[in-house]
Design a protein. Structure first.
Length: 104
């Protein structure tokens, strides 16, 4: 019996993006689990997957990253993503569209 799953890179990228989005802002062990997995496999990710993850992490700044240990995990992943983007000559998808003013 073969217990492996065949999945193309684009669909796997969507799964990885979903894992990052689920973990963003959480204050549990899932943050380190997800960020470490992404760091270990960034070289196998598509350009789009890397760019979307980078954008999602930067946009999370508005809401916070969780505890200080979570913040460190996200910043480590962000650094790895940016390094990979630089190696590949990719541009960021991130555009800061919100105001810095605090709403009442």
């Amino acid at each position: 019996m073969n217990n492996t799953i065949q999945i193309d890179n684009e669909h796997m990228g969507d799964v990885l993006i979903s894992a990052v989005r689920y973990a963003l802002g959480r204050r549990t062990h899932i943050v380190s689990t997800v960020t470490n997995c992404m760091i270990n496999h960034v070289s196998a990710m598509t350009d789009r997957t890397i760019q979307v993850m980078e954008r999602d992490i930067l946009e999370q700044e508005r809401f916070g990253y969780g505890d200080s240990c979570d913040y460190m995990d996200w910043m480590k992943l962000l650094s790895v993503l940016k390094t990979e983007m630089e190696k590949r000559g990719l541009k960021s998808f991130f555009v800061k569209w919100w105001s810095e003013e605090v709403e009442p």
